[in-house]
Design a binder for this molecule. Structure first.
Ligand SMILES: C[S@@+](CC[C@H](N)C(=O)[O-])C[C@H]1O[C@@H](n2cnc3c(N)ncnc32)[C@H](O)[C@@H]1O
Length: 246
């Protein structure tokens, strides 16, 4: 099995293999297909990890400020440990669907996708971004990771997308990582779409410091809602973890 995975990885053909394994339902009970399916997903997850590592390296360089990246080109990605944290949460709640505010180049989206793939073969992820250049970079990264079919990018202002969500749109997991000024309004609009037992994570609760007062107000707002349980954790730039009670 391991030799087989290594061989297919070397061919670098995750999309082709996955499409075959996913769509050939006629012979789904065939043992050979089951093996191909397992191999295909192992290859897919390996290719996601490769892009995560590549983007992490870029993000790390960006953070050192020794490299001259134009403000509009900055990834402003979650930290690696934040990625690990949301990954564990998503696996723990066995999330199938996710909503993300602030795609940037797709780094956090890839963490979310990989985590959902732990239990489910067809993640459903909606991610919102308004910057066309970043959207192009995210599309490229999703293609290279072989996960484009799981991710819907909404190219719009977050407020517009949230206000237009159908009443029955429900998510197991939400990541908020966009403009801070509107964060309370975003949460207000999202909560009806968070499933009971669903988890919402908000980045930048503690850093940069300039947002701290605003994010404290946000945390206080969440704590005042009867149907939520919330706390702030010092992971990465500070994470608010909010659970919707049933
Ligand atoms: C901090 S970055 C997201 C980083 C990403 N979550 C990651 O970890 O890779 C925030 C992104 O949100 C986008 N954004 C901010 N405010 C927005 C808004 N009101 N509507 C749509 N996109 C927005 C920005 O263009 C930026 O790319």
């Amino acid at each position: 099995m391991l030799v087989c995975i290594q061989f297919i990885s070397a061919l670098n053909l995750p999309n082709i293999i996955c499409n075959y394994a996913l769509h050939d339902r006629q012979s789904a009970n065939c043992k050979q297909d089951v093996i191909i399916n397992k191999v295909a997903y192992a290859v897919l997850r390996k290719s996601i990890k490769k892009i995560i590592d590549e983007l992490e390296e870029k993000s790390r360089k960006e953070r050192t400020k020794r490299y001259d990246v134009k403000p509009e080109d900055r990834m402003l990605a979650i930290t690696y440990e934040t990625g690990q944290f949301i990954h564990s949460l998503i696996v723990g709640i066995r999330a199938k669907s996710a909503l993300e505010l602030g795609t940037s180049t797709g780094y956090s989206t890839l963490w979310i996708t990989d985590a959902i793939l732990t239990h489910y073969k067809t993640p459903r992820i909606t991610t919102i971004e308004r910057n066309p250049k970043k959207i192009e970079r995210a599309i490229r990264n999703f293609k290279r990771a072989g996960v484009s079919r799981f991710i819907r990018i909404r190219r719009n202002e977050i407020g517009n997308v949230l206000k237009g969500l159908p009443r029955n749109a429900k998510f197991d997991f939400v990541l908020i990582d966009a403009d801070k000024e509107n964060v309370i309004e975003y949460a207000r609009l999202i909560i009806p779409h968070l499933k009971d037992g669903g988890v919402m994570v908000t980045d930048n609760m503690l850093y940069p410091k300039k947002y701290r007062k605003m994010m404290h107000q946000y945390s206080t707002y969440l704590a005042s809602r009867q149907n939520l349980q919330t706390c702030t954790l010092a992971i990465g730039n500070g994470q608010e973890i909010t659970v919707k009670k049933g």
